[in-house]
Design a protein around this ligand. Structure first.
Ligand SMILES: Cc1cc2nc3c(=O)[nH]c(=O)nc-3n(C[C@H](O)[C@H](O)[C@H](O)COP(=O)(O)OP(=O)(O)OC[C@H]3O[C@@H](n4cnc5c(N)ncnc54)[C@H](O)[C@@H]3O)c2cc1C
Length: 370
C-alpha cells in the first residue's frame, strides 16, 4: 500500500507561504495554502536584493534555485544571481540595487552609454515620462552613471477604456491585439534608443513569450519600472506562481482568513478558518504560519491551557519552529516564515521570504525539530 503523504497546511499565501508550499511539495508533502488574499509581492515589481544577507549561508543557493526554476516553469523567468547586482530605475528618479528580477524588470537595468526612451501618455496624472526622464538624468549624473533618458509622450489612445491608470492599461494589455497596437505606436518614437522603458503596465497575465513578442514588435528591448502600487509586474508574478503550484498539486483555500490554531498537548491539530456560518476546520500533520505584517489577520493559538494571539513579529529556531516568549517551540509541528519573523522586514523582504519559506517548507515536510 502506498505510504500516506505528510499533510502540511500553510497559513498565508504571500511569497514566503508560496515558497514554503513549493519546498514542501518538492519533499513529497500534500500541501494546502490557506490565505485571506495575495501577498505584498503582488504590489511590487518582484525584485530581490540580497544586500543585507550572508550570501554564503546554508540553503540560500538551493532556495534561489528552486525559486528561479519555478518562475521559469511558470512562464515568468527571473534573471540575475545572488552575488550579482544591477541598478534598476524607478519613476521617482531613483535607482535601486537588485540581484534578481523578472526579465522585463531586469531589462530596465542601467547599461553604460545607453540611450533610453521612456514612454508615457499625455494627461496621465500617475506617471509623467518627461519628469521621470529629467529626474533619472539628474540622479545618473550625480552618481557618475553614463546613461541618458529621454521622454516620448503618446496621446491617450481610444482603446484605453475606463479609468486612465496603470492597472486599467495593464488589464487591457492582456489582450494580444492591444499589445500589437501599442507596439506600433511606440516603434516610431524610439529614434535610435537602445531600450524602451515603460512603467509596470504590460499586462497582469502576460508571460515571457508575450513580453518577448512585444519587444520584437517594438524593435528593441523593453524594460518595466516601478511607479505606484499595485504593479502589473507583481500581479503577473503572483498569478503565475499560484497557477504553477496548483499544477504541482498544491490546494489553495483563498478569501477567508484563518482565525485559530487548535493544539492538543505539544501538537498543533487543526486550523479553523473564519468562514461564514459554520467555521471550516482543516486538519494536518504540520503547520506553517506565514501571515506577514501588512495584511495580517489576527491568529489565535488555542490549547487546553488557554488562548494566546500570534505576536506581530515572532522568533524561530534553526528549524524555523515558532518560539514562545521563553524561546521554546510552541509546538513540535508548528513553523513560521516570512516578514512575520523578526528581521524579515525591510529592504531584503523578498529575499528573506524566499529563504525562510524554503527552510520552513522543507522542515515541515521532513518533520525537523530541535
Ligand atoms: C508596495 C510594496 C513594494 C515592495 N517592494 C519590495 C521590493 O521591491 N523588494 C523586496 O525585497 N521587498 C519588497 N517589499 C516587501 C516584500 O513584499 C515583503 O517583505 C515580502 O514579500 C513579505 O512576504 P510574506 O509572505 O512574509 O508576507 P505577505 O506578502 O504580507 O503575505 C502574507 C499573507 O498572509 C495572508 N494572511 C494574513 N493573515 C492571515 C490569516 N490570519 N489567515 C490566512 N491568511 C492570512 C495575507 O493575505 C497574505 O497573503 C514590498 C512591499 C510592499 C508593500
Amino acid at each position: 500500500m502506498a505510504k500516506e503523504k505528510i499533510a502540511v497546511v500553510i497559513i498565508g499565501g504571500g511569497l514566503a507561504g508560496l515558497m514554503a508550499a513549493a519546498a514542501a511539495v518538492r519533499q513529497g508533502a500534500r500541501v494546502t495554502v490557506v490565505t485571506s488574499g495575495p501577498g505584498t509581492v503582488a504590489m511590487g515589481g518582484g525584485g530581490v536584493s540580497f544586500r543585507e544577507l550572508d550570501a554564503e549561508q546554508a540553503d540560500l543557493q538551493a532556495a534561489v534555485e528552486l525559486f528561479t526554476d519555478m518562475m521559469a516553469a511558470a512562464g515568468c523567468r527571473y534573471q540575475g544571481e545572488i552575488t550579482a547586482s544591477r541598478l534598476i530605475p524607478n519613476a521617482l528618479g531613483g535607482f535601486r540595487q537588485v540581484s534578481l528580477a523578472p526579465a522585463a524588470v531586469w531589462a530596465a537595468g542601467v547599461e553604460d552609454h545607453q540611450e533610453v526612451c521612456i514612454a508615457g501618455w499625455r494627461g496621465w496624472s500617475g506617471f509623467n515620462a518627461q519628469l521621470t526622464a529629467e529626474l533619472l538624468n539628474q540622479t545618473a549624473a550625480n552618481s557618475g552613471l553614463r546613461v541618458t533618458y529621454r521622454a516620448a509622450v503618446l496621446e491617450p489612445a481610444d482603446w484605453i477604456n475606463g479609468e486612465f491608470n496603470a492597472l486599467s492599461i495593464a488589464l487591457q494589455l492582456n489582450d494580444a491585439e492591444q499589445r500589437k497596437k501599442l507596439a506600433a505606436l511606440l516603434r516610431p518614437l524610439l529614434k535610435g534608443s537602445q531600450l524602451l522603458l515603460l512603467p509596470f503596465l504590460l499586462g497582469t497575465t502576460t508571460g515571457d513569450q508575450e513580453l518577448e513578442e512585444f519587444a520584437a514588435a517594438v524593435g528593441c528591448p523593453v524594460g518595466e519600472m516601478a511607479h505606484m502600487a499595485p504593479a502589473a509586474s507583481g500581479l503577473r508574478i503572483y498569478g503565475r506562481l499560484q497557477k504553477y503550484l496548483q499544477r504541482c498539486g498544491v490546494e489553495f483555500r483563498t478569501a477567508y482568513p484563518a482565525r485559530l490554531l487548535h493544539f492538543r498537548r505539544n501538537c498543533c491539530q487543526a486550523v479553523v478558518l473564519d468562514t461564514p456560518g459554520r467555521p471550516c476546520v482543516v486538519k494536518a500533520d504540520r503547520f506553517i504560519v506565514a501571515t506577514g505584517t501588512i495584511n495580517s489577520h489576527r491568529l489565535i493559538l488555542e490549547s487546553l491551557s488557554g488562548r494566546q494571539e500570534v505576536a506581530e513579529t515572532v522568533a524561530v529556531n534553526e528549524c524555523q519552529q515558532l518560539l514562545d516568549r521563553e524561546s521554546r517551540p510552541v509546538a513540535g509541528n508548528l513553523y513560521a516564515a516570512g516578514s512575520l519573523v523578526a528581521g524579515g522586514q525591510g529592504y531584503n523582504g523578498n529575499a528573506f521570504a524566499l529563504l525562510s519559506g524554503y527552510k520552513a517548507g522543507r522542515a515541515a515536510a521532513k518533520g525537523d525539530e530541535l
